[in-house]
Design a protein around this ligand. Structure first.
Ligand SMILES: Nc1ncnc2c1ncn2[C@@H]1O[C@H](COP(=O)(O)OP(=O)(O)O)[C@@H](O)[C@H]1O
Ligand SMILES: [Mg+2]
Length: 392
């Protein structure tokens, strides 16, 4: 992307000779920049310099860039100097929608306009962005253009990654688990036979290690195969019944120092699903939260919020559902360790000593069997697992 835009920049600077010599009717960009500054906007520029998203000041006529902040320089790979030689179509290609937005703001039909756009920078892949264009009070022919990530697109990309991942995982896990399970029975049986034959009792210590470790592996493999083995038992159920069961199980294990707040929307309709699977999925998430809250539990201010809401017109895995259950499990713990944050739904990824790394893989599989999806956002002090389940 950078290289290509640089190419555009060079072309604009050299081939388009007319642009190098500013005409009287169309003052050169530095002058325009100076005009903005002359209205006492040094502080304004300094302010835009620290904005994390790309921001451009653009002048009509000509749609010339008169200022670009460092985030824009970094994103488009063009220096500030290079940028002020460019026009918006140089940067983003021709876009009728973008021009229409600009026109209506420059002519003050609107002070601010915002819209999701797909822009086509020359010779590049299209970019999905959310564009905000705002008029400047003091300079009537100049507008502020802010380029933000398109949240909807970011979300659907993330969803797609999760789905690709789980379907690839599923196959791998199933095959691997069967490969391990079959010889495991043989190993355990042989160790037992060997134990009977051993002349010295003290040697049993070794066969016991084999038997115990085989059992541990057997349990692990059983958990891996679980979502594929149990038939999906569907009935009408109330999600709050699921949450109450999970709440009492977790509170029984952590009776002191942990508060589990119910923030329920009592008007939610019933859900069709497999009660046991849903309990297991939510339990794995809430249990993780309680484990992550160990320090706060010791101090007595640990909190988990169980929130239910209804969501309308939701896309889950590229399918649009009219209604969905929007369930959040939010804790005030330390957050998911950064090094595993992107991989927590992978099997065998754990941030805890002695963790199996299967809890979230299973939860995701169970929820996906209900055509739903689990997402997660986490920062220190607030980890939010969101379970979306379509309501048919
Ligand atoms: N609410 C949470 N807060 C902080 N870390 C979490 C939270 N939920 C999950 N994690 C992290 O994700 C990891 C994976 O969780 P999981 O798949 O259940 O496996 P396990 O619990 O066996 O480690 C955990 O080990 C933990 O590091
Ligand atoms: Mg877990």
């Amino acid at each position: 992307m950078r290289r290509l835009i640089r190419g555009v920049s060079r072309k604009a600077g050299s081939a388009d000779g007319a642009r190098a010599e500013p005409s009287a009717a169309e003052p050169a960009p530095p002058e325009a920049g100076a005009r903005v500054l002359s209205i006492g906007a040094a502080a304004f520029h300094a302010g835009l310099d620290v904005v994390a998203n790309p921001v451009l000041l653009v002048r009509q006529p000509g749609l010339r860039v008169v200022y670009a902040n460092p985030a824009a320089e970094a994103t488009f790979g063009v220096s500030r100097k290079g940028m002020v030689e460019l026009t918006l179509p140089d940067l983003f290609g021709k876009s009728d929608e973008l021009h229409n937005m600009l026109d209506t703001v420059v002519t003050r039909q609107f002070d601010v306009r915002r819209q999701d756009l797909i822009l086509h920078p020359p010779l590049q892949d299209p970019i999905h962005v959310h564009v905000v264009i705002a008029a400047l009070e003091a300079v009537s022919d100049t507008v502020v253009v802010e380029i933000l990530p398109n949240e909807q697109k970011v979300r659907s990309d993330r969803e797609e990654r999760i789905l690709d991942l789980t379907s690839a995982n599923k196959e791998l896990i199933r095959n691997l688990a069967h490969e391990i399970k079959n010889p495991l029975g043989g190993i355990r049986g042989a160790a037992q036979l060997l134990e009977f034959e051993l002349p010295e009792r003290s040697l049993r210590e070794y066969t016991q290690v084999i038997i115990k470790e085989s059992d541990r592996l057997q349990t692990l493999v059983d958990r891996l195969l679980e979502p594929h083995r149990h038939p999906h038992i569907v009935s009408s159920l109330n999600i709050h019944e699921v949450l109450e069961r999970v709440r009492s199980v977790v509170l029984a294990e952590f009776p002191n120092g942990l508060e589990i707040v119910r923030d329920y929307d009592a008007s939610l309709p019933e859900l069709r699903g497999d009660m046991e699977q849903l309990i297991q999925a939510v339990l794995n998430i809430v249990h993780n939260a309680a484990q992550a809250l160990a320090d706060r539990i010791a101090r007595g201010d640990a909190q988990i919020v169980l929130r239910t809401r209804i969501a309308r017109q939701v896309t889950i895995a590229k399918r649009l559902f009219k209604l969905a259950l929007d369930l959040h499990v939010i804790d005030n713990g330390p957050g998911i360790p950064e090094d595993i944050r992107e991989r927590i739904f992978y099997p065998l990824v754990s941030g805890r000593d002695g963790g199996s790394g299967l809890g979230l893989t299973l939860a995701q599989t169970f929820v996906q069997q209900h055509e739903g999806l689990i997402e997660c956002e986490s920062r220190p002090g607030c980890t939010d697992f969101r379970i979306l389940l379509p309501l048919h």
